[in-house]
Design a protein around this ligand. Structure first.
Ligand code: NCD
Length: 386
């Protein structure tokens, strides 16, 4: 399992080129790029002014960055009601490609709507059999081709290191464009972490320090779990419960990363019973990521880890119930019919559209413009509360 930079470049997830000598050449070049320190690699994700413009992994975020994106998100969300015509003009000359090599509903749709909120033109490439990949074109050439026509690429890939691969391709191109990771492999889903963080920050009224969080389900292969845990670890005195059977427990690399950041890590393998009542931040449910098993079978969820109605009642204010979706059997169906402020799942999903709008504004340097248009609109109208 790949959770650090010791990637297996021969795992077949990247087409490196047509012959073994091509492949060897490009892999060597990529390895040279990866050999840089993590600080240098993060720097490669920033523009000349030090703004993070390639949104690739949660490890690159800090609290000022997250705070800024949250503020721009709220401004975009609220001012859209009053100043949508203005927002629609902001990025009217920009074009984005949504390059999704894995299934997606929410991430794909919300990025598409986010780009249209700012007037961008967007195109999608989801079936790679319709591209020149089917003619044997390398992934490196394919990305350089896309970057010739578009001003940003949002990608989703089963490859654990596609984010670094894309960064490397951009670093060797004379037309580097911002890259956004819409979910790669088992460990990275940075924009989901931002929308989850935004939801948690609002639900807990910004009091995240000292809170406890439970991650339930597939903690091993859930990229949303890995990314959100790393973001929450930026706060002080955080306690995390990874609630999953042994075979889906958090991997040692991520556990070590969190502990190094000062997080108190608890691993619970017996079931979810007794956990929701002690959580002060959020219970974050996830499905079994069985697409990684390769046998095409949908695995049954262990009933001891299902979130029940009783657990919802036991969840203490201000803690909330979250899920990145899609959900299957891990949440008791009656919860769909409960109207309770603690159920944040659908709000969380909708927040994705606004946090992604803010991200587009940020990477193209229009974030201050969004903040300004919100302040102007709020002088003229009384904004609705969050
Ligand atoms: C998640 C993903 O793709 O990792 N979905 C999403 O983007 N909201 C979670 C999942 O598929 O279980």
């Amino acid at each position: 399992m790949v959770f650090d930079h010791n990637f297996n470049l021969d795992d077949g997830s990247i087409n490196w080129g047509p012959t073994e000598s091509h492949r060897e050449y490009h892999r060597k070049m990529f390895q040279g790029f990866l050999a840089q320190t993590p600080q240098k690699l993060r720097q490669a994700c920033c523009d000349d002014e030090g703004r993070l413009v390639h949104i690739l992994q949660a490890e690159h975020f800090d609290l000022p960055f997250l705070e800024h994106i949250c503020e721009v998100t709220t401004a975009a969300r609220r001012s859209y009601k009053f100043a949508s015509a203005k927002m629609h003009e902001m990025l009217a000359r920009k074009k984005v490609l949504h390059l999704f090599a894995q299934p997606s509903s929410r991430t794909f749709e919300s990025f598409t709507v986010a780009s249209s909120n700012l007037g961008m033109t967007s195109r999608s490439l989801r079936d790679l059999r319709t591209s020149s990949s089917a003619k044997g074109e390398s992934d490196r050439d394919a990305l350089r081709t896309h970057s010739s026509y578009f001003d940003a690429i949002v990608f989703r890939s089963p490859c654990d290191y596609f984010d670094m691969f894309a960064l490397w391709v951009m670093s060797t191109s004379n037309r580097p464009i911002p890259i956004i990771n819409g979910g790669s492999g088992k460990a990275k889903h940075p924009t989901q972490a931002i929308l989850d963080y935004y939801t948690i920050r609002a639900s807990l009224e910004r009091q995240i320090d000292g809170k406890s969080f439970a991650f339930v389900g597939d903690c091993l292969r859930g990229r949303t779990v890995h990314s959100l845990a790393k973001v929450l670890a930026l706060h002080k005195d955080i306690e995390m419960y990874f609630v999953a059977p042994e075979e889906y427990q958090i991997d040692p690399q991520t556990e070590a990363y969190l502990k190094k950041k000062g997080v108190k890590v608890n691993k619970v393998t017996g079931g979810l019973e007794g956990i929701p009542e002690i959580i002060t931040g959020a219970v974050y449910m996830t499905r079994i990521q069985d697409e990684h098993d390769g046998d095409g079978e949908q695995k049954r969820y262990n009933p001891r880890f299902i979130f029940t109605e009783k657990m919802l009642d036991q969840l203490q204010d201000p803690a909330v119930l979250m899920h990145p979706l899609p959900k299957r059997e891990e949440i008791y169906p009656a919860i769909d019919y409960r109207s309770d402020r603690k159920i944040m799942i659908w709000r969380e999903m909708r927040n994705g559209m606004w946090t992604r709008t803010a991200l587009f504004a940020h990477i193209f340097g229009f974030d201050q413009e969004v903040l300004r248009s919100y302040h102007e609109a709020s002088k003229a109208y009384a904004p609705t509360p969050l």
